[in-house]
Design a protein around this ligand. Structure first.
Ligand code: HEM
Ligand SMILES: [Cu+2]
Length: 566
């Protein structure tokens, strides 16, 4: 060491502190996980359970891709393929993307708004257990007969006249249980955000991830009743003699499609808005600049949600519908591109001329922006109803959903994972392995799904287990299957990264990224009560204020600060 004087310790300044006496010691052991109402433990359980389902859904996808690698393949039976499509789509949506976002929300929300827990901690635990039991009930059907009507379970195929076995019933059970889980979780998020923000955190100072969670929650509350009603009607059609969807009894299968998509389209925004929120947190931190257009991003989140409730029939362009109605749904779908474009513009403007710090969370965030943009553009193309007449139920649609759901939501989720893992575990994920995982995923993803646009344009229908030689689809499918395994390897590299880093990773400290929001104020991992002292919020970037204040007080450059440790 040279002879330079040590800077005065940060804790030298007296700070007000709440000191508690006679608190119960924290219980330990695995049973605490079963009985916990701590939002952080519940969040961790959400993350582990949903990533488990992600792996299952991924294995199902790879099995389908193996079958489709070559024409006239006989690897997988047709009914088994139908089961795989249905399990895969349902798992990815209801057991992975929607609940994994709830998992991040659970963990981060109270920390980001300066609260000590969610508004209803026990209800929060119930949400998690309902989700887990929904997943278990659904997968139990594998021992009898899995559902085979796709993730949309269209009537009349899903009615008892065509699929009398229990698979559809297991699917209905899953929708009920996970739906209740999401609904209770959403009510909890809304109550927490409305009532439990730190002093000074007005609506205009709320982190953008929190804004997105609020809108996600309202959308769930508005959309879930439609599908809950639909699956209940399907249940009574199947078992109790009603005929809501049965033409022979005076019902109408189109009613299913309306109810399903009145839920289903908002569901895609439920799956993407919180990912948008994560990107809006990550991009400014790694661009070392304030977010460009905070208000526009928050407002566009609400605008997308509102418009998202008005476009459901763009999934029904091929049903008999008056042209004027088709035109209305086409135009309302186009309109969503405006607030979405605003967000993309603002993220790019935030990066523009920033002093960019190239870390893995930013890689995934940048990947997200590019891939989601492609998915958004193919979405606008499909919203032109005469184009949809041509491309409906083709691989073009499969490419589109995967660009928005995987390239969008899942890349966003990985960005969030790399960004917040240090807070949750106290350890850094390996940057080398993280970046390698990103590149393998990025290349694998595009190889898998870019060519599917072409397969769809040359006529390959979706949900087929087999295709003839000479249809001209062999090259696309082989490339896609190779890509999917690359993608699988890329995902696995991140899984390995988590396993290696959770115990052995580099110590993270409280604020490894120099974050803007309050979660970086507490220790990593945070103590049970989160905050001994809740800081007063004076701007959208309270941590920047705190660092500046400490630097001023201690007359030194801003270092990592923390709440006082007892
Ligand atoms: C390893 C990555 C993945 C691969 C290789 C993959 C592959 C596939 C394949 C082969 C299909 C069947 C297409 C058809 O026959 O119509 C499919 C359908 C689907 N996938 Fe994926 N997928 C992956 C990840 C995801 C993710 C992350 C999501 C959602 C977040 C997702 C959502 C869906 C949905 C909703 C369907 C439609 C299911 C249905 O038609 O009922 N996939 N995927
Ligand atoms: Cu839609």
């Amino acid at each position: 060491m040279t002879g330079e004087a040590l800077p005065p310790p940060v804790s030298a300044r007296p700070r007000p502190e709440v000191v508690m006496h006679g608190t119960e010691p924290e219980p330990a052991g695995w049973t605490t996980w079963l009985t916990t109402t701590d939002h952080k433990k519940i969040g961790i359980m959400y993350l582990f359970a949903t990533f488990g389902f992600f792996i299952l859904g991924g294995v199902e996808a790879l099995l389908m891709r193996l079958q489709l690698a070559q024409a006239s393949s006989t690897l997988i039976e047709p009914t088994a393929y139908n089961g795989l499509v249905s399990l895969h789509g349902t798992t990815m949506i209801f057991l992975f993307v929607v609940p994994v976002l709830a998992g991040f929300g659970n963990y981060m929300l109270p920390l980001m708004i300066g609260a000590r827990d969610m508004a209803f901690p026990r209800l929060n635990a119930l949400s998690f257990w309902l989700l887990l039991f929904g997943g278990i009930a659904f997968y139990a059907s594998l021992f009898w007969s899995p559902p085979t009507a796709g993730w949309t379970s269209y009537a009349p195929l899903s009615d008892d006249a065509f699929l009398p076995d229990g698979g559809i019933d297991a699917w209905i059970f899953l929708i009920h249980l996970t739906g209740l889980s999401s609904l209770l979780g959403a009510i909890n998020f809304v109550a927490t955000i409305h009532n439990m923000r730190a002093k000074g955190m007005s609506w205009g100072r709320m982190p953008l991830f929190v804004w997105s969670l609020l809108v996600y929650s309202y959308l769930l509350i508005l959309a879930l009743p439609a599908i809950a009603a639909a699956v209940t009607m399907l249940l009574t059609d199947r078992h109790f003699g009603t005929a809501f969807f049965d033409v022979t009894g005076g019902g109408d299968p189109l009613l299913w499609q309306h109810l399903f998509w009145f839920f289903g389209h908002p569901e895609v925004y439920i799956m993407i808005l919180p990912a948008f929120g994560m990107i809006s947190e990550i991009v400014p931190v790694f661009a070392r600049k304030p977010i460009f257009g905070y208000k526009a991003i928050a407002a566009s989140t609400a605008a997308i949600a509102f418009l998202g409730l008005l476009v459901w029939a763009h999934h029904m362009f091929t049903t008999p519908t008056a042209t004027v109605v088709l035109a209305i749904f086409m135009i309302s779908s186009f309109a969503i591109a405006v607030p979405t474009g605003i967000k993309i513009f603002n993220w790019i403007a935030t990066l523009w001329r920033g002093s960019i710090v190239f870390k893995t969370p930013l890689y995934f965030a940048a990947g997200f922006i590019g891939l989601f943009l492609i998915g958004g553009i193919s979405g606008v193309i499909l919203a032109v109803f005469p184009v949809d007449w041509q491309l409906h139920d083709s691989y073009f649609v499969v490419a589109h959903i995967h660009y928005v759901l995987f390239g969008g939501s899942v890349f966003g989720i990985f960005a969030g994972l790399y960004y917040w893992f240090p807070k949750m575990s106290g350890r850094m994920l390996s940057e080398g392995l993280g970046k390698a995982s990103f590149w393998v995923m990025f290349v694998g993803f595009n190889l898998t799904f870019l060519v599917q646009h072409s397969a769809g344009l040359s006529g390959m229908p979706r949900r087929i287990y087999d295709y003839p030689e000479g249809a001209g689809w062999e090259g696309f499918n082989l490339a896609s299957t190779i890509g999917s395994f690359l993608l699988g390897i890329g995902v696995l590299m991140s899984v390995v990264n988590v396993i290696l880093s959770i115990k052995k990773g580099k110590k993270a400290g409280n604020d490894p990224w120099h974050g803007n929001t309050l979660e970086w104020f507490v220790q990593s991992p945070p103590p049970v009560n989160n905050f001994d002292v809740v800081p007063r919020v004076r701007s959208v970037e309270p941590m920047k204020d705190i660092r500046r204040e400490v630097a001023r007080g201690a007359r030194q450059t801003a270092g990592t600060v923390s709440q006082p440790v007892a």
